[in-house]
Design a binder for this molecule. Sequence first.
Ligand SMILES: NC(=O)C1=CN([C@@H]2O[C@H](COP(=O)(O)OP(=O)(O)OC[C@H]3O[C@@H](n4cnc5c(N)ncnc54)[C@H](O)[C@@H]3O)[C@@H](O)[C@H]2O)[C@@H](O)CC1
Ligand SMILES: [K+]
Length: 495
Amino acid sequence: MHEILSAARMRAADQATIAGGIPGIELMEAAGRAVAEAAKAMAPDGLVHVLCGPGNNGGDGFVAARLLAEAGRPVSLSLLGARDRLRGDAALAAARWTGPVHPAGPDLPAAALLIDALFGVGLDRPIEGLAAEIVAAVNAAPAPVLAVDVPSGLDADSGQPTGPVIEAEATVTFFRKKPGHLLEPGRSLRGTLELAQIGIADAVLAETGIDGHENVPALWARALPRLTGAAHKYTRGHVAVVSGPATRTGAARLAAGAALRAGAGLVTLASPGSALLVNAAHLTAVMLARMDGPGDLSALLADPRYTAAVLGPGMGLGPEARALTEAALAAPAALVLDADALTQFADDPDRLFSAIAARPAPVALTPHAGEFARLFPDLAKLPLKTGRARAAAERSGAVLVLKGADTVIAAPDGRLAINANAPPWLATAGSGDVLAGIAGGLLGQGMPALEAAAAAVWMHGAAANEVGPGLIAEDLAPALRPVLATLIDRNGRRT
Ligand SMILES: NC(=O)C1=CN([C@@H]2O[C@H](COP(=O)(O)OP(=O)(O)OC[C@H]3O[C@@H](n4cnc5c(N)ncnc54)[C@H](O)[C@@H]3O)[C@@H](O)[C@H]2O)[C@@H](O)CC1
Ligand SMILES: [K+]
C-alpha cells in the first residue's frame, strides 16, 4: 500500500485493469462510493455541492452525488463544460444522475460541504478563465472542501500547483498515493488523505512499475539493528563525529548525542585541541578525542572499530576543513556528509563523487536545497524533487537525502522514498545536525545505507511529533526513546 504512482502509471493501472475485464464504470462507481462515504463522515448533514469537471474526475463526482442523494442527502451539482461533451465512463456516470445539472460558475450555494471533482490526474495545463474563478470561489467559501483524487490544479507528480489550485480539508485518492500527495505544497493543499481501494489488483504494479515508496517503517523495519542478549557496546558500533572549532561546537554535539540515542554503542567527538575544553564541559556519555587535522583523523578512523563517521555540522569551509573530509573519505568507516562537508566540494563535486566511488563503505549525503544546488547545479533545475534526488544519488554513488518539509531519500540503484511525517516545527536551528547524527548512529550499527537514511528521516519526524510545537533541537534525541519503543521491543526484537 506504500508504493507511489505517478499520474502516467496510475493511468496505466486503470487501463490494465479495464483491459483485464473490469469495466471502467465499475472502477468509477467504487471511486464515487468512497468519495460519498468520506463526504458523509465530513458533513453528517446539510447540503453537499458537487463541482464536476469535463473528464473522469467529474465522473467520480456524478457517482458520489447520486449515492449521496440515494442516501437521502440534499445534493446539488454543477458541471464545468457541456453535458453532451462528456465521454466514456464520465458520460455513463452522468446518465445515472437524475437530478439537475447546473452550469458551473463562481456563485456557490451555501453548502455544508463542497466536493471538488473538477480535475484529477488528467490535468494537463494551468487552470484559467471560468475554472479559475470557480477555484477562487471554492477557496473563499466557508464550507470545507473534499477533493476527489487530487485538489484540482495540483500537479499529481510534482506536488506543485500549476496555477490556481483548490485548498482541500481532505482528499480521497484511489489505489495508491501519487507523489504530489506527499511532496509540498501538495501535502498541505490536500488536507487529510484517504486511500480507497476501487478494484484494481495489487498485481498490476508488476506491469506499471512504481515511482518509489512513502517512507514508512514497513520499508526498513526489518533492517533495523537487532539487539541480542549478547549485545555489548562494542557490537553496537562506534561512531565518530567531527567537531568544529571552539566557537562552533554545538552542532557536532547535537549530532553525537543523536547517534548515541539511535543506538550506537559508543560515540566519540573528534575535537580540535582548541575546542576540547568547551566540548568536555558539555559531554558525559559521548567520549572526546583530540584531533588536530587530517593526520589525526586518519589515524583515529584507521581503527576498524569505528564503523561510521559524521562530518559537516559546524565544521566550516576552507582547505583545512575539506582536508578533514577527504581524510574521512579515505577511511574504512561508513560516512554521513552534511552541511559544510558538502559545500566544501562546491568547486569540484566530481572529486567528492570519485572518492565515494573508490571506497567500499557506504556514504549518505544530506543536503538541503541550497547545498544540493551547489553540488548538483544542473540537476537542481530538474522539475521533480524525486527526479533531482534520484539523479543525484545515481551520479554521486551515495544515498541522497534531499531535505525539506518533504524529504526525499534516494539510492544509486533507483530506490526512492518520500517522507511525509515531519511537522512544521521541525524546521528549527540544529534539526539537521540531529538528523545527520541519527543516520550516523544507524549506519554505525551496520544498517544498510538506504534503510538507515530512510529510518533516520522517519524517526526524526516521529521524534518531532512526540515533542510537539515549541521544539528545539535539543529535544529531539530524548524523544527518540518513545519512537524507538514503537519499533524495537524490550527484548531487542524489531516489532
Ligand atoms: N476509468 C478510469 O480511468 C478511472 C478514472 N478515475 C478518475 O478519473 C480521473 C482522471 O480522469 P481523466 O483522465 O479523464 O482526467 P481529468 O478528469 O482529471 O481531467 C481531464 C479533462 O480535463 C481537461 N483538462 C485538463 N486540464 C484542464 C485545464 N487546466 N482546464 C480545463 N480543462 C482541462 C482535459 O481536456 C480532459 O477533458 C482520476 O483523477 C480519477 O478521479 C477513477 O474514476 C477511477 C477510474
Ligand atoms: K479534483
